[in-house]
Design a binder for this molecule. Sequence first.
Ligand SMILES: Nc1nc2c(ncn2[C@@H]2O[C@H](COP(=O)(O)OP(=O)(O)OP(=O)(O)O)[C@@H](O)[C@H]2O)c(=O)[nH]1
Ligand SMILES: [Mg+2]
Length: 317
Amino acid sequence: MSTPARKLAPRAAPAIEPGPRRDDLLVVEDFASAEIAVRNGVDSSRIVVLQGQQKAVALAAARAGISLGRGPLPSSPHAAPGRTLVVLPTYNEKDNLEPMLQAILAYAAVDVLVVDDDSPDGTGAIADRIAATNPRVTVLHRSGKQGLGTAYLAGFAEAFVRGYEYICEMDCDFSHAPWDLSRLLAAAHDCDLVIGSRYVRGGCTVGWDFRRRMLSRGANLYTRLWLASGIRDNTAGFRCYRSSALQQLDLAAVSAQGYAFQIEMAFRMVRAGFAVRELPIHFVDRQVGKSKMSGKVAREALMLVPKLRFRVQRGRG
Ligand SMILES: Nc1nc2c(ncn2[C@@H]2O[C@H](COP(=O)(O)OP(=O)(O)OP(=O)(O)O)[C@@H](O)[C@H]2O)c(=O)[nH]1
Ligand SMILES: [Mg+2]
């Protein structure tokens, strides 16, 4: 049997205001209160987390952000628990990249590394233009489409060299809400991996057709049955790793690319005994650009999961 994901001690429930009326914003003092609200069904895009901001200023910033379609922006970026690098893999994301970078940097005090695989639509040149004027953005160019797994591994290696304490994964298509990045970071201080999860209470997918929903649910059920690691959303690509934990894994042994990469990484973290927490998120289907999801990606996961159970040794990551 696999080692189940280590459970973290439940936190004392902070008092929160009653849930918001439709179109209202819920103002909470801190991210712990926000988590309770999200688990109770409040959409995180309607929550204003003060976390040191003055209430009137925070509300004005959030309302301005929402009216521009940018969500409940804070008056200044929320602090990260330590030096943090968000690795943003891109392949043909020319219309998403600039607004994604703006949003990430507005919500959280992080740096961003764009890993572009020579996107034919010119995403790499857009990344270079932004990086030239913003020291918080850097770009890693790779020659040709080499897959999501190696893009993340290259990003991790760069983060290790540059001494980042936390490393986030995020898609560049707004499926992962930029305001949820601050929630992941706030939860990261006392665990080794935080997963933005669709399949815990308060999480969901928005905009997927029946086939996509079944594919994702089926893949997660299959993985849970085989690996029994205690993780509900194994294929999720919205994560925050503690860099020191990641460095203890045998990353050279990781070969998976698509969803299988996420499954493998989560399983290795659990097997190595690291603390994993899932936070509910609303995953929204991309509005712009094309999905790179394919039958090949699904088949890779199907084949890999049984192998992982026997191949990845307990305690060795
Ligand atoms: N560098 C790099 N980025 C990639 C590659 N494949 C996908 N990406 C990026 O990885 C992120 C996730 O890819 P998506 O196409 O959204 O695929 P997905 O999220 O698995 O599938 P959907 O749920 O259908 O959107 C996006 O930011 C892509 O641009 C790749 O081979 N190389
Ligand atoms: Mg996507």
